[in-house]
Design a binder for this molecule. Structure first.
Ligand SMILES: *Cc1c(COP(=O)(O)O)cnc(C)c1O
Length: 388
């Protein structure tokens, strides 16, 4: 038999921490319990019809059946720039400062290939979306984790990083509104990030996937590019996935510093051939006409959040009251680890919640609830949790 050992980069992947939950899920299912998953960060509501209709019309155009342009349709990049101007007051050159992505995950995963050499250091705030550290690892880079803790409102303590580390670092990953903690960042934080990055010549990668899932219209989440000087150091990744319920469509964008956008574009030219143009045309429709729908989805998540927070109060479970994202970050009751608690909830109630340590060590002591099920199902989950 031929032997095909996996490459070192795969062998070095961090252990999969949700295996135990998956196993218990099968066991509970086999007992005939209907599982309710509050584990997945994937909107349950369908994509608005007008976007589907735009896809339908665009799919009928033969020009769209050919290879798309590498950087994305100029029309899509113009729609992204126009949306950034209206939403954030940020000016972007559609030609030079925007690249379309096959979902922001694709872009985030490829970005380090353009700027990280073997041995280079990247700073990753954790608990985190796992793509950040995995992508750095695939390039042979090293990761230093900056812990996000409740003491600091789940923002990294930038002053706790010493100057030698700042000097060595090539890249800093930040993500607000944050998955999994639901934390948001204020202007002062972004100003500090930009100041540090400029001082030490560090690239800032801001993952902004959740800026449109907010509950306080007086405090809308920001783009890092709103900060003067941010364009010297920052690239921001955004996506239509969470805003317009389009996770299955695979369309997103990276915007900001021209050199950074270009570097990512060069990697992509050699790896993929862009997004189906009909999907990009549908994306243009979403960006131009999607706001009333995004508003409706926010109202729905807000209602779900409120129902969940009441239930957690009744169950005596502590949490961080989120003002953005569709996650609730909860405290594991005393006497359990995150994994023990989530396994116990699943075994007793059939409700899947995610152990916080699966997102990184500082997530121990927490679990994440995702509000991506409809109200009847959420209420059923809630009634089971209260009886816990
Ligand atoms: C969902 C998510 C993304 C990626 O979404 P795409 O569908 O690939 O655009 C990126 N970052 C975070 C933190 C997410 O939760």
């Amino acid at each position: 038999m031929a032997q095909f050992p996996l490459a070192d980069r795969l062998a070095a992947l961090p252990p999969y921490l949700f295996a135990e939950i998956d196993r218990v899920k099968q066991e509970v299912k086999a007992r005939g319990v209907d599982i309710i998953s509050l584990g997945i960060g994937d909107p349950d509501m369908p994509t608005p019809d007008f976007i589907i209709e735009a896809l339908h019309a665009a799919a009928k155009k033969p020009i769209n059946h050919q290879y798309p342009s590498y950087r994305g349709l100029l029309g899509f990049r113009q729609a992204v720039a126009a949306w950034y101007k209206v939403r954030f007051g940020v000016d972007l050159s559609p030609e030079k400062e925007v690249v379309s992505l096959i979902g922001s995950k694709e872009g985030i995963a490829h970005f380090p290939l353009a700027f990280i050499n073997p041995g280079d250091l990247a700073l990753v705030c954790t608990p985190n979306y796992p793509v950040y550290n995995v992508a750095v690892g695939f390039c042979g880079g090293t990761v230093k984790y900056l812990p996000l803790t409740s003491d600091n409102n789940f923002l990294p303590d930038l002053d706790a990083v010493d100057n030698d580390t700042w000097k060595k670092a090539k890249l800093l990953f930040i993500n607000y509104p944050n998955n999994p903690t639901s934390a948001t960042a204020d202007r002062a934080f972004y100003e500090r990030v930009v100041e540090k990055a400029r001082e030490f010549n560090v690239i800032v990668l801001h993952d902004a996937a959740y800026t449109e899932v907010y509950f306080n219209p007086a405090k809308k989440p920001m783009s890092i590019l709103e900060i003067p000087g941010a364009k010297d150091v920052a690239i921001e990744f955004h996506s239509l996935s969470k805003t317009y319920n389009m996770t299955g469509w695979r369309i997103g964008m990276a915007v900001g510093n021209e050199t950074l956008v270009n570097g990512l574009g060069k990697i992509k030219e050699n790896v993929d051939s862009g997004i189906f143009q009909a999907v990009q045309e549908a994306g243009i429709a979403a960006l131009q006409q999607g706001e009333p729908y995004a508003e409706k989805f926010r109202a729905i998540y807000r209602e779900r959040r409120d129902v969940m927070l009441q239930a957690l109060d009744k169950a005596g479970i502590g949490y961080r009251k989120s003002d953005a994202s569709f996650y609730v970050w909860c405290n594991v009751p005393k006497g359990y680890t995150s994994a023990e608690f989530c396994t116990n909830v699943l075994q007793k109630t059939g409700v899947v919640v995610t152990p916080g340590n699966g997102f990184g060590a500082p997530g121990e002591g927490y679990f994440r609830i995702s509000l991506t099920v409809d109200m009847p199902l959420l209420e059923e989950a809630v009634s089971r949790i209260i009886k816990l």
